[in-house]
Write a protein that binds this ligand. Sequence first.
Ligand SMILES: Nc1nc2c(c(=O)[nH]1)N[C@H]1C(S)=C(S)[C@@H](COP(=O)(O)OP(=O)(O)OC[C@H]3O[C@@H](n4cnc5c(=O)[nH]c(N)nc54)[C@H](O)[C@@H]3O)O[C@H]1N2
Ligand SMILES: Nc1nc2c(c(=O)[nH]1)N[C@H]1C(S)=C(S)[C@@H](COP(=O)(O)OP(=O)(O)OC[C@H]3O[C@@H](n4cnc5c(=O)[nH]c(N)nc54)[C@H](O)[C@@H]3O)O[C@H]1N2
Ligand SMILES: [Mo]
Length: 676
Amino acid sequence: MVTVRDGKSVALRGNRDHPFTRGALCVKVNRYLEHTKAADRILYPMKRVGPKGSGQFERISWDEALAICAAKLAEIVDEHGGEAIWPYQGTGTLGYIQGETGEAGRRFWNVLGASNHDLNICSRAGRDGLRFTNGTAGGMDPETFALSKLILLWGTNTLTSGHHLWKFVQDARAAGAHVVAIDPIRTRTAEQADEHLPIRPGTDGALALGLLHVVLEEGAEDRDYLENHTLGWDEFKAEILQYPPSRVAELTGLPEADIRALGVRLAHTRPTGIRATMGLQRHRGGGSAMRLIACIPGVTGDWRHPGGGIAYSTSAYVPLTVDPREDLLPGPVRSLTMTRLADELDESVKCLWVYAANPMGSTPDQNRIRQRLLREDLFTVVMEQFPTDTVDYADIVLPATMQTEHADLHSGYGHMYLVWNEPAVEPPGECLSTTETFRRLARAMGLTEPALYDSDLELAEQLLAGAPAVNLDQLRKDGWVRLDVPTPFVPFTEGFPTPSGKLEFVSDLAEAAGHSRVATYVPSRTASEVSTRLTLITPASHTFLNTIFANNPELLRRSKDPTVLVNPRDAASRGLTSGQPARVFNAHGELTAKVEITDKVRPGVAAMAKGRWLKLSPGNANTNALIEEADADMAKGPLYHDNWVEIAPADPADPATVEAVEADMTAGSPEAAHKS
Ligand SMILES: Nc1nc2c(c(=O)[nH]1)N[C@H]1C(S)=C(S)[C@@H](COP(=O)(O)OP(=O)(O)OC[C@H]3O[C@@H](n4cnc5c(=O)[nH]c(N)nc54)[C@H](O)[C@@H]3O)O[C@H]1N2
Ligand SMILES: Nc1nc2c(c(=O)[nH]1)N[C@H]1C(S)=C(S)[C@@H](COP(=O)(O)OP(=O)(O)OC[C@H]3O[C@@H](n4cnc5c(=O)[nH]c(N)nc54)[C@H](O)[C@@H]3O)O[C@H]1N2
Ligand SMILES: [Mo]
């Protein structure tokens, strides 16, 4: 909620009446107003005046910017066909009107016949894995964790990446629940848990099978549930029996006694709630791991109880879609894959249109992407709020509004509410919302399709057609509404949305898609090899939201990054000392970071948070310089936590050492980000 005085936003607070957030904001969003007014905010359209990548621009009018874009798009469609345009949309906003879920702009792209964009960068591998088991990625209402007696926080850093859930974990604890974090890193969440299992990365599927092995040893499987609500138990049971705790201990690097103890606890604690989020599916075997973990409640019968089951994302419950009007397409178009930018941004692409995305900072294989963006015959447009590393490669930059300045409908993928975002202030400078930019662009191109000109409120009405119980006027007044589900919400009481209507331990769909028919353990890349190198994990930063806020001077200071966490054993064998600048490198690239020697990471693991801006980092690189462009087992998901790296002390004479860049940053920041 924004307090406005004289047309200016002066205060921001959470809505205390909201049942899920209860008014709490995170360290980042607490600074949101400050961020909307930041000195480096992009306020006007700009065109490139220096060489590609130089970040040198001059201000132009919207009329000129639209005329340039319209002419260029028309020329490309004429000469190369619409598929030469790649609308590269990211997750900068998840709003249903302005963001990825609402397909903002998609109708416009369909009229031009632009390539389709597969926005698979975040959570698709896990989603697909869950769908094979449950028919949907939707699971527990996160609020029902308050009712769980055993909570497994599995590959998720709740206190950093979704802290609103924590209150419900604490409520459960107050009622006697035991909380276990399963994570190769002792995160702040793991620190707060009752128990931490520092699992070897990418071996979670093996752990799931090992825990179920103990459940069987205890005779605690729910036979009635297995018989009536699941498919393929005999085959799956045979799979489980291949993973006794002794073998699982070897695979996961966890003590056999700990696996056994958790298995016994799982066997006898109902309800058990599993919170497994995106962290554990950023691996080669990530989709299969989610598929397998989702089998646990099928064996224990946990779906019978509120507070039992698995929760990944609640997006599947949000019934809002805006019709992207595929009928406007001139014919079938190819799909280009968000995580495959370095490969697929080839000569066949003549225009890269980036919005709510920062591929230079977010997408794997940064160094190859940079080379691609330098191509002289590529026309690059970036709609942005800030002068990101991607903006530096733009030919045209279009200034974008922020949340306080545009209308939107949100859901959040961790709760069961719809939220309305009413603009609180006028946009600064000449910033425009995504929808308004596409409306103006359509006009500049002389397009006559009426659906391209729907207003934000018309789009909101269309979205809400999927939720007949929700009235837009009421929602605008109240700010939020719970989805049309009971409280407490227990899913799958009427069966599972799978082909068999049951929870599927065996899946024909999985087999048809080239996976094992029975849910099985697929190790990650780095878990399937023995090596002296380190597995790099690059999870959420506590102070940034992906690359958002990473140019805020205070949050940048608080991040204390770039830091690479290394276990004392691995530091010793490399001659590393704490606080020392080091090179982190592999075949794809390298960066400079300060070494932190700590037993927070298990041996064999190096950890660095995601999200830094390259130009505010030593050596002009962030973790994505080290991430190979390679696919997870499902949905071509990225492998952000599944790469080998080496670490060596940095050459003190190298200008890219941490100290040199820190001195640089304090001298010029945040304007340092503006090169012109
Ligand atoms: N502060 C903050 N919050 C955020 C974000 C942010 O950037 N900053 N990003 C948002 C977005 S877009 C997303 S998708 C979510 C992501 O949030 P999460 O789903 O929490 O994902 P990650 O941060 O990638 O990883 C979570 C944890 O998984 C662990 N992990 C990595 N590999 C493995 C493994 O093989 N096995 C197991 N068991 N654990 C593993 C990591 O060590 C990490 O602690 O967070 C959202 N919230
Ligand atoms: N190494 C590593 N890399 C990762 C990950 C990881 O775990 N490790 N996680 C990945 C994940 S989970 C995700 S979701 C992706 C996210 O990657 P991206 O899709 O690139 O998303 P962000 O970095 O959050 O934001 C991109 C830009 O959107 C802009 N933006 C915000 N709101 C708006 C708006 O309303 N309009 C416009 N035009 N722009 C806006 C912001 O200023 C920001 O610069 O990153 C991935 N990158
Ligand atoms: Mo994400």
